[in-house]
Write a protein that binds this ligand. Structure first.
Ligand code: KDG
Length: 354
């Protein structure tokens, strides 16, 4: 028995040390709480939101979190404190969402793609070439009933979707060849997010996709375990993927929304006023995040060229061919996502495109 307890303590100490060393540059020490231990619901004491993301501290997503922190701390007069962790210091998207469910972490901001592992309807946003542009995405995500209805499915999973932020249109990078047409995807080993529809779409294009946590991606590209990956321009540049990737193509194949998630436990322990402040702060910080993200996406395309990457601008015609191919996998996901959800999102897109 003694042996078991000692080993457990040793493992715990090693894991805490590893978390503490992961990536560097965090704004606060990782929490010392035990799994399952809730923040005290004493309104007189400052309660802490530990907010973790996979991207680094240069990314607009992190700047958005800092804005959220500023507003919430000011408007709750310090009753809520926000600690921010970047670069996967608290784990990858899936682990952090699970921690939110358990109440051992309070906030994260994943792409909608991994959220679909918890609420399958979110995969509607994984349909390739769904959104025509950012303006339409904004209207649908921030104003449509269906986008809100999807957020409303999160509490049943122990999470609150405060609002949508933007990851953005995803582009392909790889080390093998310049990709201009659908045929150029052939046999490329591409890392995707952990999402079935993404996997199926890349398979249909002839690639050899493999799901992987974001934190493992840089090393996987460096060591050649994968040939490439797909992410918005801002992420590609700010995560320094140009150091390990030669080719970039403006495929813009999926518009990835983020969702700013809070653990339901923390939400339920907050007063109605605090809930209102967190909602408002999420929206306001989201505006800032979108603005910075768009600036970054347009600015960094040239920087990628300057860094020596070949940038292939994909034509509308070639994009249409890619869409026709990826459309062939949609039917197998329609029941899982819900035909009604797909119809409603498509209708909202049509309406917003008028
Ligand atoms: O902080 C969010 C990231 O963890 C992740 O969602 C980024 O798009 C992403 C990816 O490719 O994993």
């Amino acid at each position: 028995m003694k042996k078991i307890v000692t080993s457990f303590l040793l493992i715990s100490m090693i894991s805490m040390t590893l978390i503490g060393c992961g990536g560097g540059g965090q704004t606060a020490e990782p929490p010392a709480g035990q799994p399952g231990e809730a923040a005290p619901a004493d309104p007189g004491k400052s309660r802490i939101i530990r907010a973790g993301i996979g991207l680094n501290d240069q990314h607009p997503q992190y700047k958005g979190l800092l804005k959220f922190k500023e507003i919430v701390e000011k408007e709750t007069n310090g009753a809520i404190t926000v600690e921010t962790y970047h670069s996967g210091q608290l784990g990858d998207d899936r682990t952090m969402m699970e921690a939110l469910q358990l109440g051992t972490q309070e906030m994260t901001c994943p792409s909608t793609a991994p959220i679909a592992n918890f609420v399958p309807e979110f995969s509607v946003y994984d349909i390739p070439f769904l959104f025509p542009n950012e303006e339409v995405a904004d209207k649908v995500l921030l104003e449509s009933e269906i986008a809100q209805q999807l957020l409303d499915k999160l509490p049943a999973q122990g999470m609150i979707g405060l609002t949508y932020w933007e990851n953005g249109f995803r582009n392909l990078t790889n080390n093998k060849r310049a990709v201009a047409t659908a045929a150029d995807f052939k046999d490329l080993k591409i890392r995707t997010m952990e999402n079935q529809l993404h996997l199926a779409a890349f398979k249909a294009l002839g690639a050899n996709p493999t799901p992987m946590a974001f934190s493992e991606l840089f090393t996987a590209m460096q060591q050649g375990t994968v040939d490439g990956q797909e992410n918005p321009t801002a992420t590609i540049y700010l995560q320094k993927f140009q150091e390990v990737q030669k080719h970039m193509s403006t495929t813009q194949h999926i518009y990835s929304p983020f969702v700013l998630l809070l653990s339901k436990k923390f939400w339920d322990e907050s007063t109605p006023e605090q809930q209102e402040i967190m909602k408002r702060a999420a929206l306001e910080a989201g505006e800032e995040e979108r603005r910075l993200n768009r600036e970054a996406n347009s600015k960094y395309l040239d920087e990628l060229r300057n860094a020596g990457m070949t940038v292939t601008e994909v034509t509308e015609e070639n994009r249409a061919e890619m869409k026709a191919i990826t459309d062939t996998v949609l039917d197998q996901f329609a029941d899982k996502i819900g035909r009604d959800t797909i119809d409603k999102v498509r209708a909202a897109i049509d309406e917003a495109s008028k």
